[in-house]
Design a protein around this ligand. Structure first.
Ligand code: G3H
Ligand code: 13P
Ligand code: ZN
Length: 332
């Protein structure tokens, strides 16, 4: 059993309490490799932003969970080396799908886990989430639950209104499970195609403009759970500049559409205190790598393309912390 406290990590408790009070959201950035980790830590130290490092099941398979955990421990030391007096870094399991997976992460140093029972019938979601909470809380680890189903990765049918979180369920779910935060569905979804083209309007130059998120549902949830930390998954903005850059250098990313920044800014000022971003980072790195491959075909030193990809990612995350989530300036 390794305690996250011995690794210098923190759980989400204090971080979320401050974010809800301060009207900003903590960035939750996924990582799978060293360059992503370096970019996240550099961006968050330079903007003085607390951060949640997210590890998905796919990341565990790709990079090995022991390596990822040591990287998170290294991230704390790296943040100090970069001048951060008191790093506030959470190591979080993204979309945990079983008690066993959550337990394994808790036992090896994660400070927060998500148990995603959103596909299950309500009572089964409650029972599974409660079981994870009981184990996690015995180790002072935070737990994120989920109610409502996101389109795309979580539900290949479509983002129907019926899949949105039902505000009438949230109080009961939180009180029965004891979870520390709740992921909700109000129209976001995973990946780079968050809406179908027929759900969007188009600008003159063909850029898709998505429909707004269901802020009315968010407001109802806030009323039912005043001051309780709410989480938004699938919150990449899918910047049109990156999509264009990828396509300019040979990629194909048709019908890409994300969540506009002004909507995320509005959400971050509400009870939403954790915003999950992965796809935008993938786009930034891919755009940078494609540019180098196209413009410098003789280059074969991985540092010469992964380095610029890392710098682009850092720039993007600094922008998110400062201009979108409002988390900049909230860490010593
Ligand atoms: O929720 C999905 C995240 O973007 C992680 O994606 O499962 O491909 O690592 P992944
Ligand atoms: P995006 O695909 O919008 O980046 O969402 C990531 C996410 O929700 C990870 O859990
Ligand atoms: Zn997610």
């Amino acid at each position: 059993m390794i305690s996250y406290k011995d690794l210098g990590l923190v759980n989400t408790k204090e971080m979320f309490a401050k974010a809800v009070k301060g009207g900003y959201a903590i960035p939750a950035y996924n990582f799978n490799n060293m360059e992503q980790m370096q970019a996240i830590i550099q961006a968050c130290v330079e903007t003085k932003s607390p951060v949640i490092l997210q590890v998905s099941s796919g990341a565990r398979k790709y990079a090995n969970q022991t390596l990822l955990r040591y990287m998170a421990q290294g991230a704390v030391e790296y943040a100090k080396e970069l001048g951060c007096k008191k790093p506030e870094i959470v190591l979080h399991l993204d979309h945990g799908d079983s008690f066993e997976l959550c337990k394994s992460c808790i036992d090896m140093g994660f400070s927060s886990v998500m148990i995603d029972g959103s596909h299950l019938p309500y009572d089964e979601n409650v029972a599974l989430t409660k079981k994870v909470v009981e184990y996690a809380h015995a180790h002072d680890v935070s737990v994120e639950g989920e109610l409502g189903v996101l389109a795309g990765v979580e539900d290949d049918v479509s983002s129907e209104v019926s899949h949105y979180t039902k505000p009438e369920e949230v109080q009961d779910f939180v009180s029965k499970t004891g979870c520390d935060s709740l992921a909700i569905s109000i129209g976001t979804s995973h990946g780079r195609q968050k809406f179908k083209p027929e759900q969007c309007t188009k600008t003159a130059d063909g850029v898709l403009i998505p429909p707004p998120l269901a802020f009315d549902i968010l407001a109802e949830i806030e009323k039912k759970l005043p001051g309780f930390p709410i989480v938004l998954h699938g919150s990449s903005s899918v910047p049109v500049e990156y999509v264009k850059m990828v396509e300019k250098f040979g990629g194909k990313l048709s019908d890409s559409v994300g969540i506009p920044e002004e909507q995320l800014r509005k959400a971050a000022k509400s009870a939403v205190c954790k915003i999950n971003i992965d796809s935008d980072g993938r786009l930034a790195m891919t755009a940078a790598v494609r540019k180098i491959f196209a413009e410098q075909p003789e280059e074969f030193d991985p540092r010469k393309y992964l380095g610029p990809a890392r710098d682009e990612l850092k720039k993007l995350y600094m922008h998110k912390n400062k201009e979108v989530l409002g988390s900049a300036g909230h860490m010593e």
